[in-house]
Design a protein around this ligand. Sequence first.
Ligand code: PLP
Length: 391
Amino acid sequence: MIGDTPVPTPPQETPSAQRALVTPIVTSSTFRFTTVRELAAANAGAERVDEFYGRYGNPTVRAAERMVAELERTESALLFASGMAAIAAVVLASLRPGTRLVANAQVYGGARALFHEFLEPWGVEVVLVPLGDYGALDRACARGAALVYVETPANPLCRIVDLGRVKEIASRAGALLACDATFASPVNQCTSQFGVDFTIQSATKYLGGHSDLLAGTVAGSAQALAPVERLRRRLGAIADPELASRLERSLKTLELRVARQCESALALARFLARHPAVERVHYPGLPDHPDHSLARRQMRAFGGMLSFDVRGGEAAAVRVAESVRRVALAPSLGGVESLLCPPIHTSHAGLTDAELAEVGISRATLRLSVGLEPPEELMADLDQALSRAQS
Ligand code: PLP
Protein backbone atom coordinates (compact mmCIF):
# COMPACT_ATOMS: atom_id res chain seq x y z
CA MET A 1 0.00 0.00 0.00
CA ILE A 2 1.29 3.46 -0.82
CA GLY A 3 2.30 5.19 2.40
CA ASP A 4 3.98 2.16 3.99
CA THR A 5 7.31 2.48 2.20
CA PRO A 6 9.91 4.12 4.39
CA VAL A 7 11.98 6.94 2.96
CA PRO A 8 15.57 5.66 3.21
CA THR A 9 17.78 7.74 5.49
CA PRO A 10 20.87 8.95 3.65
CA PRO A 11 24.20 8.71 5.45
CA GLN A 12 24.89 11.81 7.54
CA GLU A 13 28.60 11.59 6.81
CA THR A 14 29.63 11.54 3.16
CA PRO A 15 32.31 8.89 2.58
CA SER A 16 35.75 10.44 2.15
CA ALA A 17 36.62 10.99 -1.49
CA GLN A 18 40.17 11.94 -0.70
CA ARG A 19 41.72 8.72 -1.96
CA ALA A 20 39.74 8.42 -5.20
CA LEU A 21 41.96 8.80 -8.26
CA VAL A 22 39.14 10.26 -10.32
CA THR A 23 36.86 13.10 -9.17
CA PRO A 24 33.69 11.57 -7.70
CA ILE A 25 30.39 12.56 -9.29
CA VAL A 26 28.44 14.57 -6.74
CA THR A 27 24.87 14.37 -7.99
CA SER A 28 23.32 16.21 -5.05
CA SER A 29 21.37 19.25 -6.23
CA THR A 30 21.52 20.79 -2.75
CA PHE A 31 23.87 20.84 0.23
CA ARG A 32 23.31 20.57 3.98
CA PHE A 33 24.14 23.42 6.39
CA THR A 34 24.34 23.36 10.18
CA THR A 35 23.51 27.00 10.80
CA VAL A 36 21.27 29.52 9.07
CA ARG A 37 24.14 31.99 9.20
CA GLU A 38 26.32 29.69 7.05
CA LEU A 39 23.46 29.07 4.62
CA ALA A 40 22.75 32.79 4.27
CA ALA A 41 26.45 33.57 3.82
CA ALA A 42 26.80 30.95 1.07
CA ASN A 43 23.83 32.41 -0.77
CA ALA A 44 24.83 36.05 -0.36
CA GLY A 45 28.57 35.70 -0.99
CA ALA A 46 30.10 37.32 -4.03
CA GLU A 47 32.33 34.26 -4.50
CA ARG A 48 31.31 31.25 -6.56
CA VAL A 49 29.90 28.50 -4.39
CA ASP A 50 30.28 24.83 -5.21
CA GLU A 51 28.26 23.46 -2.31
CA PHE A 52 25.03 25.42 -1.98
CA TYR A 53 22.61 24.66 -4.82
CA GLY A 54 23.32 22.84 -8.09
CA ARG A 55 22.44 25.73 -10.42
CA TYR A 56 25.10 27.85 -8.65
CA GLY A 57 27.92 25.33 -8.70
CA ASN A 58 28.96 21.76 -8.00
CA PRO A 59 32.23 20.15 -6.85
CA THR A 60 32.45 17.81 -9.88
CA VAL A 61 31.76 20.71 -12.24
CA ARG A 62 34.40 22.79 -10.45
CA ALA A 63 36.99 20.03 -10.85
CA ALA A 64 36.45 20.01 -14.64
CA GLU A 65 36.56 23.81 -14.68
CA ARG A 66 39.93 23.79 -12.93
CA MET A 67 41.28 21.44 -15.61
CA VAL A 68 39.97 23.69 -18.37
CA ALA A 69 41.54 26.76 -16.73
CA GLU A 70 44.85 24.90 -16.56
CA LEU A 71 44.63 23.97 -20.24
CA GLU A 72 43.69 27.52 -21.28
CA ARG A 73 46.30 29.01 -18.92
CA THR A 74 43.73 31.25 -17.26
CA GLU A 75 42.89 31.96 -13.65
CA SER A 76 39.40 30.55 -13.96
CA ALA A 77 36.88 28.78 -16.22
CA LEU A 78 33.15 28.10 -16.36
CA LEU A 79 31.41 25.02 -17.68
CA PHE A 80 28.11 25.32 -19.56
CA ALA A 81 25.51 22.90 -20.90
CA SER A 82 26.57 23.68 -24.51
CA GLY A 83 28.87 25.88 -26.55
CA MET A 84 25.95 28.12 -27.51
CA ALA A 85 25.05 28.56 -23.81
CA ALA A 86 28.64 29.70 -23.22
CA ILE A 87 28.52 32.15 -26.15
CA ALA A 88 25.11 33.48 -25.08
CA ALA A 89 26.30 34.04 -21.51
CA VAL A 90 29.40 35.96 -22.67
CA VAL A 91 27.54 38.27 -25.06
CA LEU A 92 24.57 38.89 -22.75
CA ALA A 93 26.87 39.61 -19.80
CA SER A 94 29.00 42.04 -21.84
CA LEU A 95 26.34 43.96 -23.78
CA ARG A 96 23.32 46.12 -22.93
CA PRO A 97 20.70 47.79 -25.14
CA GLY A 98 22.36 50.80 -26.78
CA THR A 99 25.84 49.23 -26.83
CA ARG A 100 27.69 47.92 -29.89
CA LEU A 101 29.04 44.47 -30.72
CA VAL A 102 31.76 44.33 -33.37
CA ALA A 103 32.32 40.84 -34.74
CA ASN A 104 33.95 39.13 -37.67
CA ALA A 105 31.44 38.00 -40.29
CA GLN A 106 33.24 34.64 -40.37
CA VAL A 107 31.99 33.08 -37.15
CA TYR A 108 29.94 29.96 -36.42
CA GLY A 109 26.48 30.41 -37.99
CA GLY A 110 24.74 29.78 -34.66
CA ALA A 111 26.60 32.69 -33.06
CA ARG A 112 25.75 34.94 -36.00
CA ALA A 113 22.08 33.93 -35.73
CA LEU A 114 22.14 34.73 -32.01
CA PHE A 115 23.52 38.21 -32.77
CA HIS A 116 20.85 38.98 -35.38
CA GLU A 117 17.84 37.18 -33.91
CA PHE A 118 18.28 38.19 -30.26
CA LEU A 119 20.86 40.93 -29.74
CA GLU A 120 19.57 43.28 -32.44
CA PRO A 121 15.89 43.15 -31.32
CA TRP A 122 17.19 43.69 -27.75
CA GLY A 123 18.73 46.99 -28.89
CA VAL A 124 22.37 46.03 -29.41
CA GLU A 125 23.98 47.32 -32.60
CA VAL A 126 25.70 44.44 -34.37
CA VAL A 127 28.50 45.40 -36.76
CA LEU A 128 30.04 42.58 -38.81
CA VAL A 129 33.38 43.15 -40.50
CA PRO A 130 35.24 40.83 -42.86
CA LEU A 131 37.91 38.68 -41.23
CA GLY A 132 41.35 40.07 -42.01
CA ASP A 133 40.15 43.67 -42.62
CA TYR A 134 41.75 45.23 -39.55
CA GLY A 135 41.11 48.76 -40.87
CA ALA A 136 37.34 48.08 -40.95
CA LEU A 137 37.55 46.53 -37.48
CA ASP A 138 39.39 49.57 -36.16
CA ARG A 139 36.89 52.01 -37.73
CA ALA A 140 33.92 50.06 -36.34
CA CYS A 141 35.47 49.95 -32.86
CA ALA A 142 36.47 53.61 -32.94
CA ARG A 143 32.73 54.48 -33.02
CA GLY A 144 32.48 52.73 -29.63
CA ALA A 145 32.24 49.03 -28.86
CA ALA A 146 31.48 47.11 -25.69
CA LEU A 147 32.53 43.73 -27.05
CA VAL A 148 34.66 42.47 -29.94
CA TYR A 149 33.88 38.88 -30.93
CA VAL A 150 36.08 36.73 -33.18
CA GLU A 151 36.61 33.07 -33.98
CA THR A 152 39.96 31.55 -34.93
CA PRO A 153 40.49 29.33 -36.83
CA ALA A 154 37.13 30.39 -38.29
CA ASN A 155 34.51 27.86 -39.28
CA PRO A 156 34.63 26.40 -41.94
CA LEU A 157 37.48 27.80 -44.08
CA CYS A 158 39.99 27.91 -41.23
CA ARG A 159 40.85 31.58 -41.77
CA ILE A 160 43.06 32.86 -38.94
CA VAL A 161 42.46 36.05 -36.94
CA ASP A 162 45.52 37.97 -35.76
CA LEU A 163 44.65 38.00 -32.06
CA GLY A 164 47.43 40.42 -31.07
CA ARG A 165 46.19 43.01 -33.58
CA VAL A 166 42.55 42.56 -32.61
CA LYS A 167 43.43 42.92 -28.92
CA GLU A 168 45.21 46.21 -29.63
CA ILE A 169 42.17 47.54 -31.52
CA ALA A 170 39.69 46.35 -28.86
CA SER A 171 41.77 47.82 -26.03
CA ARG A 172 41.97 51.21 -27.76
CA ALA A 173 38.16 51.22 -27.89
CA GLY A 174 37.88 50.04 -24.27
CA ALA A 175 36.07 46.91 -25.48
CA LEU A 176 36.18 43.42 -24.04
CA LEU A 177 37.45 40.70 -26.40
CA ALA A 178 35.86 37.26 -26.83
CA CYS A 179 37.31 34.53 -29.00
CA ASP A 180 35.73 31.23 -29.98
CA ALA A 181 38.78 28.95 -30.16
CA THR A 182 36.87 25.69 -30.71
CA PHE A 183 38.71 24.76 -33.95
CA ALA A 184 42.10 25.19 -32.27
CA SER A 185 41.31 23.71 -28.86
CA PRO A 186 43.72 24.75 -26.08
CA VAL A 187 46.31 22.37 -27.56
CA ASN A 188 46.95 24.28 -30.79
CA GLN A 189 46.57 27.83 -29.54
CA CYS A 190 47.08 29.60 -26.23
CA THR A 191 44.27 32.09 -26.82
CA SER A 192 44.55 33.80 -23.42
CA GLN A 193 48.19 34.70 -24.12
CA PHE A 194 46.96 37.42 -26.52
CA GLY A 195 44.95 39.22 -23.83
CA VAL A 196 41.61 37.73 -24.87
CA ASP A 197 39.12 38.30 -22.02
CA PHE A 198 36.84 35.34 -22.81
CA THR A 199 38.20 32.19 -24.45
CA ILE A 200 35.21 30.15 -25.56
CA GLN A 201 35.14 26.49 -26.52
CA SER A 202 32.30 24.37 -27.74
CA ALA A 203 33.50 21.51 -25.51
CA THR A 204 31.15 19.31 -27.52
CA LYS A 205 34.03 19.22 -30.03
CA TYR A 206 37.72 18.59 -29.18
CA LEU A 207 37.43 18.87 -25.40
CA GLY A 208 34.71 16.21 -25.26
CA GLY A 209 36.31 14.52 -28.24
CA HIS A 210 34.08 11.44 -28.58
CA SER A 211 30.83 12.86 -30.02
CA ASP A 212 29.00 11.78 -26.88
CA LEU A 213 28.43 14.99 -24.95
CA LEU A 214 27.30 18.61 -25.32
CA ALA A 215 29.19 21.25 -23.32
CA GLY A 216 30.74 24.70 -23.51
CA THR A 217 33.49 26.50 -21.62
CA VAL A 218 34.52 30.10 -21.04
CA ALA A 219 37.99 30.76 -19.63
CA GLY A 220 39.46 34.02 -18.35
CA SER A 221 40.34 35.96 -15.23
CA ALA A 222 38.11 35.56 -12.17
CA GLN A 223 37.16 39.22 -12.52
CA ALA A 224 36.12 38.91 -16.17
CA LEU A 225 34.16 35.73 -15.49
CA ALA A 226 32.22 37.05 -12.46
CA PRO A 227 29.33 38.61 -14.48
CA VAL A 228 29.27 35.60 -16.82
CA GLU A 229 28.92 33.28 -13.82
CA ARG A 230 26.10 35.40 -12.38
CA LEU A 231 24.29 35.17 -15.70
CA ARG A 232 24.86 31.41 -15.83
CA ARG A 233 22.95 31.16 -12.55
CA ARG A 234 20.09 33.26 -13.91
CA LEU A 235 19.92 31.35 -17.20
CA GLY A 236 20.32 27.99 -15.47
CA ALA A 237 22.92 27.07 -18.10
CA ILE A 238 25.43 25.22 -15.91
CA ALA A 239 26.55 21.73 -17.00
CA ASP A 240 25.44 18.83 -14.84
CA PRO A 241 27.94 16.81 -12.77
CA GLU A 242 27.71 13.62 -14.86
CA LEU A 243 28.65 15.63 -17.93
CA ALA A 244 31.49 17.30 -16.03
CA SER A 245 32.83 13.87 -15.10
CA ARG A 246 32.77 12.64 -18.70
CA LEU A 247 34.48 15.84 -19.78
CA GLU A 248 37.18 15.36 -17.13
CA ARG A 249 37.86 11.90 -18.56
CA SER A 250 38.19 13.28 -22.10
CA LEU A 251 40.44 16.17 -21.10
CA LYS A 252 43.09 13.71 -19.97
CA THR A 253 43.59 12.50 -23.55
CA LEU A 254 43.03 15.84 -25.31
CA GLU A 255 46.64 16.49 -26.25
CA LEU A 256 47.23 12.96 -27.55
CA ARG A 257 44.08 13.02 -29.67
CA VAL A 258 44.65 16.49 -31.09
CA ALA A 259 48.31 15.85 -31.92
CA ARG A 260 47.33 12.80 -33.99
CA GLN A 261 44.40 14.64 -35.61
CA CYS A 262 46.69 17.51 -36.68
CA GLU A 263 49.20 15.10 -38.21
CA SER A 264 46.50 13.26 -40.16
CA ALA A 265 44.80 16.52 -41.25
CA LEU A 266 48.04 17.82 -42.75
CA ALA A 267 48.53 14.54 -44.65
CA LEU A 268 44.91 14.64 -45.88
CA ALA A 269 45.14 18.31 -46.88
CA ARG A 270 48.22 17.54 -49.02
CA PHE A 271 46.47 14.51 -50.52
CA LEU A 272 43.32 16.50 -51.37
CA ALA A 273 45.36 19.41 -52.82
CA ARG A 274 46.81 16.96 -55.37
CA HIS A 275 43.46 15.33 -56.18
CA PRO A 276 42.07 16.18 -59.65
CA ALA A 277 38.47 16.23 -58.36
CA VAL A 278 39.26 18.92 -55.79
CA GLU A 279 39.28 22.56 -56.82
CA ARG A 280 40.69 24.04 -53.62
CA VAL A 281 41.72 22.99 -50.12
CA HIS A 282 41.34 25.33 -47.16
CA TYR A 283 43.87 24.29 -44.51
CA PRO A 284 46.16 26.75 -42.69
CA GLY A 285 49.01 24.25 -42.81
CA LEU A 286 49.25 24.53 -46.62
CA PRO A 287 51.55 27.30 -47.90
CA ASP A 288 48.84 28.62 -50.28
CA HIS A 289 46.35 29.26 -47.44
CA PRO A 290 45.90 33.07 -47.10
CA ASP A 291 46.79 32.97 -43.39
CA HIS A 292 49.54 30.33 -43.46
CA SER A 293 52.29 32.56 -42.06
CA LEU A 294 50.00 34.00 -39.37
CA ALA A 295 48.99 30.46 -38.38
CA ARG A 296 52.68 29.52 -38.10
CA ARG A 297 53.23 32.42 -35.69
CA GLN A 298 50.07 32.13 -33.65
CA MET A 299 49.39 28.40 -33.45
CA ARG A 300 51.36 25.41 -32.22
CA ALA A 301 49.93 23.15 -34.96
CA PHE A 302 47.43 23.76 -37.76
CA GLY A 303 44.50 21.77 -36.39
CA GLY A 304 42.40 18.78 -37.31
CA MET A 305 39.84 20.67 -39.42
CA LEU A 306 39.95 21.37 -43.14
CA SER A 307 37.55 22.21 -45.94
CA PHE A 308 37.72 21.62 -49.66
CA ASP A 309 35.76 22.73 -52.73
CA VAL A 310 34.73 19.86 -54.99
CA ARG A 311 35.15 20.34 -58.74
CA GLY A 312 31.73 20.22 -60.43
CA GLY A 313 29.77 22.38 -57.99
CA GLU A 314 27.08 21.55 -55.47
CA ALA A 315 25.82 18.37 -57.18
CA ALA A 316 29.31 16.85 -57.18
CA ALA A 317 29.82 17.84 -53.52
CA VAL A 318 26.53 16.14 -52.60
CA ARG A 319 27.70 12.97 -54.39
CA VAL A 320 31.00 13.00 -52.47
CA ALA A 321 29.19 13.55 -49.15
CA GLU A 322 26.84 10.66 -49.87
CA SER A 323 29.60 8.32 -51.09
CA VAL A 324 31.95 8.37 -48.09
CA ARG A 325 31.93 5.18 -45.99
CA ARG A 326 34.78 5.31 -43.44
CA VAL A 327 34.10 9.01 -42.92
CA ALA A 328 30.57 9.73 -41.63
CA LEU A 329 28.27 12.29 -43.23
CA ALA A 330 27.38 14.19 -40.05
CA PRO A 331 27.50 17.66 -38.49
CA SER A 332 29.81 18.51 -35.57
CA LEU A 333 33.57 18.04 -35.29
CA GLY A 334 36.49 17.24 -33.05
CA GLY A 335 35.61 13.62 -32.27
CA VAL A 336 37.59 10.44 -32.73
CA GLU A 337 35.52 9.53 -35.80
CA SER A 338 36.07 11.55 -38.99
CA LEU A 339 33.02 13.58 -40.02
CA LEU A 340 32.21 15.35 -43.26
CA CYS A 341 29.42 17.85 -43.94
CA PRO A 342 28.43 20.65 -46.31
CA PRO A 343 28.55 23.91 -44.27
CA ILE A 344 25.69 25.36 -46.36
CA HIS A 345 23.40 22.78 -44.75
CA THR A 346 24.94 22.70 -41.26
CA SER A 347 27.06 25.36 -39.52
CA HIS A 348 26.12 28.11 -42.00
CA ALA A 349 22.65 26.95 -43.07
CA GLY A 350 20.93 30.27 -42.29
CA LEU A 351 23.13 32.41 -44.55
CA THR A 352 21.84 33.85 -47.83
CA ASP A 353 23.81 33.25 -51.04
CA ALA A 354 25.18 36.80 -50.81
CA GLU A 355 26.30 36.24 -47.21
CA LEU A 356 27.92 32.92 -48.16
CA ALA A 357 29.81 34.64 -50.99
CA GLU A 358 30.91 37.39 -48.59
CA VAL A 359 32.48 34.86 -46.18
CA GLY A 360 33.93 32.75 -49.02
CA ILE A 361 31.88 29.57 -48.56
CA SER A 362 30.93 27.94 -51.84
CA ARG A 363 27.98 25.59 -52.43
CA ALA A 364 30.61 22.95 -53.32
CA THR A 365 32.50 23.33 -50.02
CA LEU A 366 32.75 20.28 -47.78
CA ARG A 367 34.13 20.45 -44.24
CA LEU A 368 36.14 17.55 -42.89
CA SER A 369 36.81 16.90 -39.22
CA VAL A 370 39.71 14.46 -39.09
CA GLY A 371 39.42 11.68 -36.51
CA LEU A 372 41.80 9.03 -35.26
CA GLU A 373 41.42 6.48 -38.07
CA PRO A 374 44.60 5.52 -39.99
CA PRO A 375 45.09 8.37 -42.50
CA GLU A 376 45.59 5.90 -45.40
CA GLU A 377 42.08 4.56 -44.81
CA LEU A 378 40.64 8.07 -44.85
CA MET A 379 42.52 8.89 -48.07
CA ALA A 380 41.25 5.71 -49.72
CA ASP A 381 37.69 6.53 -48.67
CA LEU A 382 37.85 10.14 -49.90
CA ASP A 383 39.49 8.99 -53.13
CA GLN A 384 36.70 6.52 -53.93
CA ALA A 385 34.01 9.13 -53.03
CA LEU A 386 35.65 11.84 -55.16
CA SER A 387 36.12 9.47 -58.10
CA ARG A 388 32.49 8.32 -57.88
CA ALA A 389 31.32 11.93 -57.85
CA GLN A 390 33.24 12.74 -61.03
CA SER A 391 32.10 9.68 -62.97
N1 PLP B 1 31.48 27.36 -31.96
C1 PLP B 1 31.81 26.63 -33.02
C2 PLP B 1 33.05 26.96 -33.80
C3 PLP B 1 30.99 25.55 -33.41
O1 PLP B 1 31.34 24.82 -34.49
C4 PLP B 1 29.83 25.26 -32.65
C5 PLP B 1 28.93 24.14 -33.02
O2 PLP B 1 29.00 23.54 -34.05
C6 PLP B 1 29.54 26.05 -31.54
C7 PLP B 1 30.39 27.09 -31.22
C8 PLP B 1 28.32 25.79 -30.71
O3 PLP B 1 28.58 24.76 -29.81
P1 PLP B 1 27.47 23.74 -29.26
O4 PLP B 1 26.94 22.98 -30.42
O5 PLP B 1 28.23 22.93 -28.27
O6 PLP B 1 26.40 24.56 -28.61
